[in-house]
Design a binder for this molecule. Structure first.
Ligand SMILES: *Cc1c(COP(=O)(O)O)cnc(C)c1O
Length: 468
């Protein structure tokens, strides 16, 4: 496909799923019913669903064929061995433990290595990861350099962990209190930004010096490797597979959601070298997920993942994948919509704090913007800001570092005209940004509140307070 300006979707469509069009009035009603929480919408009421890229991608014909090959034996299924071989071809860790999704791997891992007094440093812990670290009683510490927190700063590897800060943290708490360092590739919460090989080498060196294992939260390992190939000096002639293996060689283990770069609709795994930890993890696995050769998955799921892992590292796929996300970002940038720069691999992040400067952080500008994108055009997105990160374990609230709205791109699912439509919706909302009001929380749980909280317009609460 070289020599052409247009980077096409490297697939054609064999099976179609109709989209439902709704009226503005219908969407208003659905928003009220959902308590202005887009997680509570029915997906048929959504036109373009950019809530997440997790498990929402389209499988290939080969993956559908793999489902038929799936063997549902309780123990020792050939599907498991195909899955294990596909994982080890990229990540040759000694133990590969399947789980029903990424968070199950996290729960098991941190039940074994976490606990009160422990500290888990990261570039940025993803929301379920942080929740699992904290649930064990441990503390998660995000170590992103100050530059990486500025949405408008265009840096090639904005997911890099701050190595000097890691050294300081280890000196402060003591290496014995740090069970592992977890690097998220790409950094989802910080903007879908890649981590460089150089940074992984530096972090790995610090970890080895202190005898601390390095783990990867590898959900988007292929996208990260593609960025390394495109952006890091000296990497241009390497295959993505080769780069992934080098990333793996620097680590001692990984957690993974196959719903991302597994190109599957469900699944995940925990992989690690340490014998003793692996044994403890397998014991917990049996308690909550299942026997170690299926871990909460059916044989056919394991086969779909095995095939997906072969497809996700293909260069034609990754070139299209990264370019289609960048296409959305460039179109928004040209229209003056503030976004996190540079555009990440799986999502475009709108900078809600910049677009709605009149809405204070604890009136949730990201949530308010996400609600408007749905109201305007049936586009579902996800707040990544003070709703997601603002509630502390002790019940107090503090603004998040950034107020973002994530437009996540499902893999191999939407076409360029779908993306053009999304651009138009965002443009219309941005044009009336200064009339958009904030929200308040009407109801919320103690953790992971963004999934279930109910909101109300801020204005209404002011009126209610005056009346009281
Ligand atoms: C999705 C995700 C997880 C959790 O995986 P699930 O399969 O959703 O449980 C963990 N870390 C990162 C970076 C993710 O994107």
């Amino acid at each position: 496909m070289h020599g052409f300006k247009t980077i096409i979707e490297p697939f054609r469509i064999k099976s179609v799923e109709p989209l439902t069009l709704t009226t503005r009035e219908e969407r208003e009603a659905r928003l009220e019913d959902a308590g202005f929480n887009l997680f509570k919408l029915r997906s048929q009421d959504v036109l373009i669903d950019l809530l997440t890229d997790s498990g929402t991608g389209a499988m290939s014909a080969e993956q559908w064929a793999s489902l038929q090959r799936g063997d549902e034996s309780y123990a020792g299924s050939p599907s498991f061995f195909r899955f294990e071989a596909a994982v080890k071809a990229l990540f040759p860790f000694r133990h590969v433990i399947p789980t029903h999704q990424g968070r199950a791997a996290e729960k098991i891992l941190f039940s074994v290595v976490g606990g009160p007094g422990k500290v888990v440093p990261s570039n940025t812990l993803f929301d379920t990861t942080r929740a699992n670290v904290e649930y064990s009683g441990a503390r998660g510490v995000d170590l992103l350099p100050a530059d990486a927190r500025v949405p408008s700063k265009r840096l090639p590897f904005k997911g890099n962990l701050d190595v000097a800060a890691l050294e300081r943290l280890i000196a402060e708490v003591g290496a014995a209190q740090v069970p592992l360092v977890l690097v998220t590739v790409t950094n989802n919460s910080g903007g879908g930004q890649p981590v460089s090989l150089a940074n992984l080498h530096a972090v790995s060196a610090v970890c080895r010096r202190h005898g601390i294992p390095l783990f990867l939260d590898a959900c988007r390992f292929a996208e990260n490797a593609w960025f390394i190939r495109e952006r890091e000096p000296g990497q241009q002639d390497r295959s993505v597979t080769d780069i992934v293996r080098e990333m793996a060689s620097l680590a001692d283990g990984m957690t993974m959601s196959a719903k991302k770069d597994g190109l599957a609709n469900i699944g995940g795994w925990l992989a690690l070298n340490d014998e003793r930890w692996a044994e403890q993890c397998r014991n917990l696995l049996i308690l909550t997920e299942g026997f170690p050769t299926y871990g909460g998955l059916s044989g056919r799921d394991l086969d779909a993942i095995a095939t997906g892992l072969g497809e996700v590292v293909q260069h034609d796929y990754l070139r299209y994948r990264i370019r289609s996300t960048e296409y959305l970002g460039e179109a928004l940038e040209r229209r003056g919509v503030p976004i996190v720069l540079p555009v990440g691999g799986h999502a475009v992040y709108l900078d809600a704090a910049a677009l709605l400067p009149h809405v204070p952080a604890l009136q949730y500008p990201g949530q308010a913007l996400a609600v408007e994108l749905y109201r305007e055009g049936g586009v579902r997105s996800c707040e990544i800001g003070s709703v997601m990160f603002g509630l502390r374990p002790d019940g107090t609230e503090a603004p998040a570092a950034m107020e973002l709205v994530r437009l996540a791109m499902p893999r191999r699912t939407y076409t360029q005209s779908h993306v053009d439509y999304v651009v138009e919706v965002v443009e219309r909302v941005a044009a009336r940004a200064n009339a958009i009001q904030g929200l308040r929380i009407a109801e919320q749980p103690r953790a992971l509140r963004h999934f279930t909280a109910r909101f109300a317009p801020w204005r209404q609460s002011a009126v209610a307070e005056c009346a009281a």
